[in-house]
Write a protein that binds this ligand. Sequence first.
Ligand code: SF4
Length: 217
Amino acid sequence: MTDPGKYFTAIKKHFGTEKLTELYHTNEFTLTVAVALPAQATDKHVNTVTPKLFAVADTPEKMLALGEAGLKEIIKSISFFNNKAKNIIRMCLVLVGHGPIKHAGGWKFPEKYHNRDELMTLPGIGQKTANVVTSILWGAPNIGVDTHVFRLAHRFGWAFDVDNTPEKVERKLLSIIPEKYLDVANHLMVMHGRYICKAQKPDCANCPVKKLCEWNK
Ligand code: SF4
């Protein structure tokens, strides 16, 4: 198997980005909401909605002041907005229970949430969201496995038929990806899957890892 580090070096160079996500956000709370919103929706579409939302509600307190009806009105073009709005409001109710949280750099989570398991106790925060958030915010060695990451792990020859769930693929990725790439692995694989190695028509001719790729061979 080709060293996964070589893939990440090439993909990072190709996209030339230091950003860890394309999702618009302004602090730890808005990042979490932004990561939780795209299930069955694209990041691009979510980014057309969130600037308006976060302009009025960039903390749990302000989100509760906006209210479930107000939140639904703003995010109504996103799939499953009813459920997503309910969960965001329930999450905010839990977070305000910790009292007002103010930091110079904007709203931040209480320290007890700085790990995946604790973050997943919040309403609406599943494993994929918790993985992405903990890895972006605190550099945790967790990899959110969405449809792009799942597909690429198999195409790159890192996962096999038996790795047929996101959890199994995540375990496989964590066992082979060099530590220095763990915090960027999700973002780089999502970018590569979204713009180059697409599900239906992978753009192999313009792919920065075509010489490494098992599927191409
Ligand atoms: S060579 Fe083709 S299949 Fe392989 S990673 Fe690149 S785009 Fe995907």
